[in-house]
Ligand binder design. Structure first.
Ligand code: SAH
Ligand code: SF4
Length: 433
C-alpha cells in the first residue's frame, strides 16, 4: 500500500514539474512516506530525518532551504509531536490527505512555515490522483483502504482508519484504463480484500469483482492481502476457474497456536486455516502459498511456538515473512506483560527461518526442468548480466543475458526452461528467442 501511495506522490509532484532523483545531494524536497507497523521503521525515520537538513542544498536550487515532509502512518500517529521530535520538519501529513501534499508543500515553501495537516478520516476514496507507475507493465489498484479487524498486535486500524471500499464501477474503470495502457499485471490491494464491499453493498463482493476484472483479460491478476476468516469458497474456487488469476496466494496465518490466535483476535483456528489450504489445493493444485508469522507474541510458550513450527512444516510455503513481535503503543497486546527472554524469541525465530528455507528449497526443486512463463523486470541490480523476472507462482527467475540486452525483454512475458533451483530463486534459459 505504501509503494502505491509513493507512486501517487511521485505522479502528483511530476504533474507539477518535479522529478525523482537518486540521491539526497540532488534533491530539493525530501518526502518520507512512513510505516509504523513495527518499531524498526520508527527508529529508522527518527534516525535519518533529523540529519537530512544538514546536507547542503544543490547549487542552482530555487529553494532557500531543503524542504522536509513526513507523512503516512507515523505522520498520522504523531502529528504535531513530529515538530518537536524532528527539528526543522516543514510539512507533516497523514494517511487520509496524500492528495493535499502539493498544496501543503506550496504553503510551506511560500510562507516559510511548518505546515501540519492530519485528518481524522478521509472524506471519500481518493481515486483520481495521478500515479507514476514504477513498472510500466504492472499496476497496483487499491480496492479498500483502512481495516476493521483490530488484530490485538496491530497499529494499522488506528493509523489507516476504518475500512472503506471503492465502488465496483470506479475500480473497473481504473482497471480498463490500465489495460489500455498495456499493463500486464494488475494487483488488487486492501488490508483485507476479502471483506471488499461490505460497507457499500452489505456483503462482500470480492468474488464478483474478481470475475469482472478477469473478464478484462489481463495477463496476470493478483491480490493482497487476504484474511483467513473472510476468504470465501467462491474466491478459493476462483483460483481454479479465473484465467488471469495467478496461482499464488498470500494468506497470513500469524501463529499456529489456537491460544495465541485467540489472543491476537484473529477469529480462526489452526485447523480452520489448514482446511482453507486443503480447499485451495483442490481448486488449484499448483498454487504457491506465502504467509506472515509473528514470533514472540506476548506470553508465547514453547508449546505455542511448536504449534506454529508444525503448521509451517505442514503447509509448505514458497515464502514466509517472519517477524519478531514488536510492541505498538495503543494496541491491546501492548498491555500484556511478557517476560520471555529476547534470546529465546530470537532462537525460535532462527529455527523457523531455517525451516522456511528448507521447505522453500524443496518446493523450488519440483520446478526443475519445467517450462514457465516469466514476466521480466530488467537486469539484476547485483549483476548486469542477469535478467530477472517473476513466474506465475511469484518465484524470482534468473536468466543469463549473454550478449543480449535486458531492455529487449523487460516488461515481456516469455517462456523459460528451468535448469537450476535455489532456495529463493530459479535459474533458466529463454525459449524461442
Ligand atoms: N492487512 C495485512 C497486513 C498487515 S501488516 C494482514 O492482515 O495480513 C503486515 C504484517 O505485519 C502482518 O501480517 C503481521 O504479520 C505483521 N505485524 C503487524 N503488526 C505487528 C507487530 N506489532 N509486530 C510484529 N509484526 C507485526
Ligand atoms: Fe492489522 Fe489485522 Fe487489519 Fe491486517 S487484518 S491490517 S494485521 S488489524
Amino acid at each position: 500500500m505504501n509503494k502505491h501511495d509513493s507512486e501517487r506522490i511521485c505522479g502528483m509532484l511530476e504533474s507539477l514539474g518535479a522529478s525523482a532523483v537518486d540521491s539526497i545531494d540532488e534533491c530539493d524536497i525530501v518526502i518520507y512516506l512512513t510505516c509504523c507497523v513495527r518499531e524498526a521503521a520508527d527508529v529508522r525515520l527518527y534516525g535519518q530525518a533529523s540529519s537530512i537538513k544538514n546536507v547542503p542544498l544543490r547549487k542552482g536550487s530555487p529553494l532557500k532551504t531543503r524542504i522536509l515532509a513526513i507523512g503516512g502512518c507515523i505522520g498520522q500517529r504523531d502529528s504535531d509531536k513530529l515538530k518537536s521530535i524532528v527539528g526543522n520538519v516543514d510539512v507533516v501529513f497523514g494517511t487520509h490527505n496524500i492528495g493535499h501534499l502539493p498544496a501543503l508543500l506550496e504553503d510551506s515553501i511560500e510562507n516559510g512555515k511548518t505546515v501540519v495537516e492530519v485528518l481524522e478520516e478521509s472524506s471519500g476514496f481518493p481515486t483520481d490522483l495521478p500515479t507514476h507507475r514504477e513498472k510500466p507493465w504492472a499496476a497496483w489498484l487499491p480496492i479498500t483502504i483502512g481495516c476493521n479487524n483490530f488484530c490485538s498486535y496491530c497499529i494499522v486500524p488506528y493509523v489507516r482508519g476504518r475500512e472503506k471500499s471503492r465502488t465496483m464501477e470506479d475500480i473497473v474503470e481504473e482497471a480498463i484504463k490500465y489495460k489500455s495502457e498495456g499493463v500486464l499485471e494488475l494487483t488488487l490491494l486492501g488490508q483485507n480484500v476479502n471483506s471488499y464491499g461490505r460497507d457499500l453493498y452489505g456483503d462482500s463482493k470480492f468474488y464478483d469483482l474478481l470475475c469482472k476484472i478477469d473478464e478484462l483479460g489481463f495477463a496476470r491478476l493478483r491480490f493482497a492481502t487476504s484474511h483467513p476468516k473472510d476468504i470465501s469458497d467462491d474466491v478459493i474456487k476462483a483460483f481454479g476457474s479465473l484465467k488471469s488469476l495467478q496461482p499464488a496466494l498470500h494468506l497470513p496465518v500469524q501463529s499456529g497456536s489456537d491460544r495465541i490466535l485467540k489472543e491476537m483476535n484473529r477469529k480462526y483456528t489452526a485447523d480452520y486455516y489448514l482446511g482453507l489450504i486443503g480447499k485451495l489445493r483442490s481448486a488449484r493444485p499448483d498454487v504457491a502459498l506465502s504467509t506472515d508469522i509473528i514470533v514472540g507474541f506476548p506470553g508465547e510458550t514453547q508449546e505455542d511456538f511448536v504449534a506454529t513450527y508444525k503448521l509451517v512444516d505442514k503447509v509448505k510455503y514458497h515464502q514466509v515473512f517472519t517477524f519478531i513481535y514488536s510492541k505498538r503503543e495503543g494496541t491491546p497486546a501492548a498491555k500484556i506483560v511478557d517476560n520471555t527472554p529476547k534470546d529465546l524469541i530470537q532462537k525460535r525465530f532462527d529455527s523457523l527461518v531455517e525451516l522456511v528455507a528448507d521447505r522453500a528449497n524443496e518446493l523450488n526443486q519440483q520446478d526443475l526442468n519445467s517450462t514457465m512463463d516469466v514476466l521480466f523486470e530488467g537486469a539484476s541490480k547485483k549483476d548486469a548480466n542477469v535478467l530477472v523476472g517473476k513466474s506465475p507462482k511469484n518465484q524470482t527467475v534468473h536468466v543469463e543475458l549473454g550478449n543480449k540486452k535486458a531492455s529487449d525483454f523487460t516488461g515481456k512475458i516469455l517462456p523459460v526452461k528451468i535448469s537450476e533451483a535455489k532456495t529463493w530463486y530459479l535459474k533458466g534459459d529463454l525459449l524461442a528467442v
